[in-house]
Each structure stands twice: as C-alpha cells, then as structure tokens.
Design a protein around this ligand. Structure first.
Ligand code: HEC
Ligand code: HEC
Ligand code: HEC
Length: 450
C-alpha cells in the first residue's frame, strides 16, 4: 500500500478524539473473586499463566533479571524509544486499576485504560484473535497470580509533537482486526488449535510475516494468503525466516517432530535457534504442552510454500572433499577452515543439536544473509531450555575479521554443500556492522574461542 504513512496520519486526524470510544471486543466473562469459588479461581490462575506463556507476555514485559511483568523493556522506533508497561496488579505503577473490559480492550484492540492507542510493538493485531475465555483467564492471572510491583516504568522519550498518539488511532483502525478470525481449521480440531495458537496468542507473524510501508503485517492469518509467515524483516540484525513449506528456506524438509523439538529445545538436526527466536522459545514455546506443540507443528506443515517452484536442497560433497584435500582456492575457504570448521566441520554437517549444520540449513540458504553476517560478527549462545539443559557458544569474529573476510566466509557457507544461495558483499557486512554497533544487548564481540 503506497503512501501508508500519510494515509495513517490523515485517517488519524479524521477520527481525532475518538480513541477511547470503542467498546471492548466481545462479551466480558465473569468477574474476579467474589462470585468465583476458590477452585475456579485457582483453575483460572493456572489457565491464565499458561496463556501468558503461550502469548509470550514476559518476553517484553519482564526485563532480564527483573521482577516478573514489571516492564521497562526498551523498543526503538524511528521517532524515539518506548518502554513496555508495568503490567503487574499494582494500582498506580501497574494495571491494578484495569477492569476486565478495559484489560480485554488493551490486549485485543490496543487501547489503553485512558483511551490512548498503544504502539503496535504490543502485538494486539494478533491478540485480537484471542477468545473471551482465554482473555478472562489472563485477567484473573494478572490480577491474582502476579505480585504487584510499585516501581513505575520510565517515561517514553519521544518528543512532542511526535509523542502524540492520535496517528496510532488511524493505524489501529486500518490494520488491527476487530473480530476474532483465527483458528479456522475446518473440521480438524488439531489444525484449528494450531491455527489459533500461531495466529492468536503466539503472534508468530509479528516476526515471521513481512511488513508493509506503515509497518503493518501484510497478512494476519493463513486465510490472507501465502505472504503469511513467509519471512519477516530483520530486527537487531536477526531476520526471521519463512515458516511455510519451501524446500530450501522454509520448513519443507522438517517433520512435525522436528518442529516440536525445535520449539522445546531450540536445536534439531537442521538448525539451532538464535536472535528473537531464542526469546520466543525461552519465554513461550518451551512451556507449552506436547499436544499444543504438535498442533502448532501440524498447522505449520499445512502451509503451502510461498515459492512453490524452488528446487529441493540436495547435499553436494564437492566443497567438503576440496577442504579435506587442502584445496583452499574457493573464496572464503581458508577463513572457513581457520575459524569455523572446528565446530561446523569441513563437510558442513556440524554436530547436530550441539553445533548446528550449515549444509542444508534454511537460515543459511535464506534470501537475506543478514542473520548470517550478524552471527559471525557477534556470535551467539544456544541457550539451555527445560528439556535441553546444556548451552553452547559460538564466538563473535567482529574484532578478528574485516568486512571483506566476513563477506567471503558467509558467501562460502551460502555456496557450498549444495546451498546455492546468493553471495554477500562487503557493503552488506558494513551495513549490518553499523546497525549493531552501540547495541548494548549484543554479546561481546571479542569472546575468546574457548
Ligand atoms: C512484543 C512485545 C510485547 C508482548 C509480547 C506483549 N506486550 Fe504488552 N505492551 C508492549 C509495549 C511496548 C507496551 C507499551 C506500548 C505503548 O506505550 O504504547 C505494552 C502495553 C501493554 C498494556 C497497556 C498497559 C498500560 O496501561 O500502559 C497491557 C495491559 C499489556 N501490554 C498487556 C500485555 C499482555 C497481557 C501480554 C501477553 C498476552 C502482552 N502485553 C504482551 C509490548 C508487548
Ligand atoms: C521475536 C521474534 C520472533 C517470534 C515472536 C517468533 N519467532 Fe520464530 N524465529 C525468529 C527468528 C529471528 C528466527 C531465525 C533464527 C532461528 O532459526 O532461530 C526464527 C526461526 C524459527 C524457526 C526455525 C526456522 C528455521 O528454518 O531455522 C521456527 C520453526 C520458528 N521460528 C517458529 C516460530 C513459531 C511457531 C513462533 C510462534 C509461536 C515463532 N517462531 C515466533 C523470530 C521469532
Ligand atoms: C566454538 C564453536 C563454533 C565456531 C568456531 C563457530 N560456530 Fe557457528 N555456531 C556455533 C553454535 C553453538 C551455534 C548455535 C548458536 C545459537 O543457536 O545461538 C552456531 C550457529 C551458527 C550459524 C547459525 C545456524 C543455526 O541454525 O543456528 C551460522 C550461520 C554459523 N554458526 C556460522 C559460523 C561461521 C561462518 C563460523 C566461522 C566464521 C562459525 N560459525 C564458527 C558454534 C560455532
């Protein structure tokens, strides 16, 4: 949609002042305490805690090492930074004053208690799909199952007039759905559950779906067509890949079991989790039941490839044999042997679930090489999860490799072992290096090798 910013702005202007007028989505179920007996309350708290995990609320609302849901996480937007709210039940610093209807409206429609529209860093276009029952359980959990924290979140530093929230009203009216549509799996209940979890609370599309000029997700459900989950844009140098059925850069070669294992442990034969996916697993998917993870996997495997004509990946032994024979004439081959092969091996097969393979890895074959450049520059930690308690470290090479060397080694892994992806230029490396320098969250660039 061309001119989306302008349209958003004008639309916002036209309905200036009506931000607080929208009614809460759907009926409001029950009330907390009072009418509910203790057993119902406990059941709701447990259901709400589970939903908070399925919806990853803590990934944004809990700072690393901070009190649960006390907020403060910083989001950088083009016009300044905003911070995730304190959503503990403290009446002043948190959301203790929210009624259930107000809470439902904030979570599903992005309207704050005072009527202001929330920045869509809070993924309400996906949460719009959540059922009344799940939102009710969430409300009970946040009011009765979470400890209040009286520390207010620091103010957003966006200067006036950009700090005015009214243009967001137009954005919300245009791009955030107002009625539940997810979970339309026809007659297959497992498919319906998977669609609900992915399109609704899981908000997988917030990262994995491409965004348009106004930063809106170009598709919000599978019914919107093959752009849905076809790969999103990079955040902090990590690009979310396609979750559809492409044979190379999607999940075409993954089994349902592979997907379940990845969401539980972050590591499978094909790949290991990094970037934003680490948080999605740590705060969210590793806590889900096996039934729910199978439903998610079943649903993802039902998505047709976005590019159906892509050739399947087939292992090619040439590069491995050359390296093995000491032939380092290919661009980047020497850098690969010197810096990478100890863990990822000359045959590119790695040591799956410890050091991921680079041969046939969808991330390595993705059209965008951004993540690959970023991981070589900064390194990454494959974190422990409940079911995979060991962590493995990839060192960062930013201090040891210049842009040319990084471009060469990344081009090498993209073009060896049958991967056949496009090479990268020094300009691309320089751009990623710039975008992450001064990034306080990045792992140290000069981690020693051992
Ligand atoms: C991807 C990050 C992200 C996730 C996930 C997320 N939030 Fe938020 N949330 C935010 C941000 C950022 C804000 C502040 C937005 C603003 O100031 O406009 C916010 C604001 C809110 C508010 C408004 C509170 C207030 O009065 O300021 C509520 C309520 C809320 N979130 C609840 C939730 C719940 C419940 C979940 C899980 C179901 C959740 N959020 C998941 C980022 C997130
Ligand atoms: C905060 C952003 C973010 C969210 C939310 C997110 N992902 Fe991801 N995901 C990523 C990134 C970045 C990658 C690429 C790195 C990697 O493979 O771990 C990825 C990779 C994956 C992969 C591995 C694909 C491959 O080819 O290696 C799977 C499977 C996956 N995500 C599933 C999901 C599901 C299911 C959800 C929703 C429950 C989800 N993701 C939510 C950022 C995200
Ligand atoms: C000490 C062992 C080690 C060395 C040396 C190493 N890596 Fe890694 N590599 C890892 C680990 C562990 C991961 C998983 C990190 C994660 O999941 O967060 C990884 C992940 C990757 C990934 C992402 C694949 C995926 O699915 O997660 C790429 C690409 C990669 N390495 C390329 C390289 C390149 C290129 C070099 C040399 C410049 C290199 N690595 C050197 C251990 C290593």
């Amino acid at each position: 949609m061309k001119g989306g910013h302008l349209l958003t702005l004008l639309f916002g202007l036209a309905i200036w002042g009506t931000g607080g007028a929208g009614a809460a989505n759907g009926a409001v179920v029950g009330a907390v305490g009072g009418a509910e007996d203790a057993a119902t309350l406990q059941a709701d708290i447990a259901a709400g805690e589970y939903m908070a995990r399925a919806a990853d609320c803590s990934a944004c609302h809990t700072m690393p090492g901070g009190r649960p849901f006390a907020g403060g996480m910083v989001f950088r937007l083009p016009m300044g930074t905003i911070r995730a709210s304190n959503i503990t039940p403290d009446p002043k610093a948190g959301i203790g004053g929210y009624s259930e209807a107000e809470f439902a409206r904030a979570v599903r429609q992005g309207v704050r208690r005072d009527g202001a529209t929330l920045y869509p860093a809070m993924p309400y276009p996906s949460y719009a799909h959540m059922t009344d029952a799940d939102v009710h359980a969430l409300y009970v959990y946040f009011m009765k199952g979470v400890a209040p924290v009286a520390v207010p979140v620091a103010a957003n530093d966006i200067v006036w007039p950009l700090s005015m929230r009214w243009p967001l009203v137009g954005w919300r009216m245009l791009f955030a759905p107002s009625g539940a549509r997810a979970g339309q799996g026809g007659t297959d209940p497992q498919l319906a559950r998977g669609a609900y979890l992915v399109e609704g609370p899981g908000h997988c599309g917030a990262c994995h779906t491409p965004r348009g000029v106004a930063m809106q997700e170009k598709a919000l459900t599978a019914a919107d067509g093959p752009l849905y989950l076809s790969g999103g844009s990079a955040v902090d140098g990590w690009n979310p890949v396609s979750l559809r059925g492409e044979a190379r850069e999607g999940l075409g070669r993954w089994s349902e079991e592979d997907i379940v294992a990845f969401l539980q442990t972050g590591r499978v034969t094909h790949a290991a989790a990094f970037g934003g996916m680490t948080d999605a697993i740590r705060h969210g998917t590793q806590h889900l039941t096996a039934d729910d993870l199978h439903a998610i996997a079943h649903y993802l495997k039902s998505l047709s490839p976005a590019q159906p004509l892509a050739r399947a990946w087939r292992y090619d032994a040439t590069a491995g044999h050359s390296l093995h024979d000491g032939n380092l004439s290919a661009r980047g081959a020497r850098a690969y042997v010197d810096n990478c092969a100890a863990c990822h091996r000359t045959d590119g097969r790695g040591y799956p679930t410890t050091f991921p393979p680079l041969a046939g890895n969808p991330v390595v074959m993705d059209a965008s090489a951004t993540s690959l450049i970023r991981i070589v520059l900064t390194g990454s930690v494959l974190r422990a999860t409940r079911q995979a308690p060991s962590a493995f470290v990839m060192p960062g090479f930013a201090a040891r490799m210049d842009d040319r060397a990084v471009a060469d080694v990344v081009s090498f892994i993209r073009q060896s072992w049958g991967n056949e992806a496009s090479p990268v230029s020094t300009a691309q490396v320089a751009e990623v290096r710039r975008s992450i320098s001064g990034d306080g969250d990045a792992p140290p660039a000069h981690q020693p090798l051992n």
